[in-house]
Design a binder for this molecule. Sequence first.
Ligand code: KIV
Length: 279
Amino acid sequence: METKKIKVEDIIALKGIRKLTMLTAYDYPLASLIDQSGVDMILVGDSLANVVLGLDSTTEVGMSEMLHHAKAVTRGVKRAFVIGDMPYESYQVNPQESAVNARRFIKEAACDAVKLEWFDSCLEATRAIIESGIPTMGHIGLTPQTAAKSGGFKVRGKDAEAASRLIEEAVALQEAGCFSIVLECVPDKISEIITGKLKIPVIGIGAGVGCDGQVLVTYDLLGLYPRHTPKFVKKYTDLTARIQEALAKYKQEVESGIFPDAAHSFTIKQEELDKIKLT
Ligand code: KIV
């Protein structure tokens, strides 16, 4: 496997050559494992709010939580391209503040790029971040930070008008200078149109096989987030069951005196033991 650090030019150049892979990570051990697996991009997603912090909405995490976890992720990564997800209200206030917050992901957390979700005047923030030299990924379709206020957690682009709007948004993000976009919960035929229209890679989540690449929340594919599983998630393993099994075994072995055994204990020479004067 290629061990050289992946750059933004590599991601763009892979469009049409082979499918790109992206997964989320929020901590050092999973980031290292994902990196070693050869996945191209790691997103420190604001899904952190739900899958790690047990919150109800991604709008409940801010810059400090995102940077804290992004730093842990980049410590574990040698190869993959790492993208920090801009949290709610870190890029909606004004373009200058957006660029300052984006820079923190690069300077303080050693990320390679940032991602931001579409909202009505997001292009100004997107341009300000890109003009300050930071590779930026857009995100259209279902955008969880604003979904509750704009139609709920449903598939987007289901009629001609909504699909045309999505196509326009994708083109606008490319023209603003994004190196890639995420397309979330969109009918597969619309994803194919967008993927065919753009020069930059389109990474799908619940957007069918026609995209240039795919992203999933890692806890979902590992079966480690039982609260909610969207239709588009494929569980590649069931870590919940495996962890439950291990925890039950630990409890049973401690209670019955099987653990710790000699292999997991330390010894002292008898002569040293004999010198101890017990009062
Ligand atoms: O925060 C996240 O995990 C995301 C992915 C679902 C793309 O934005």
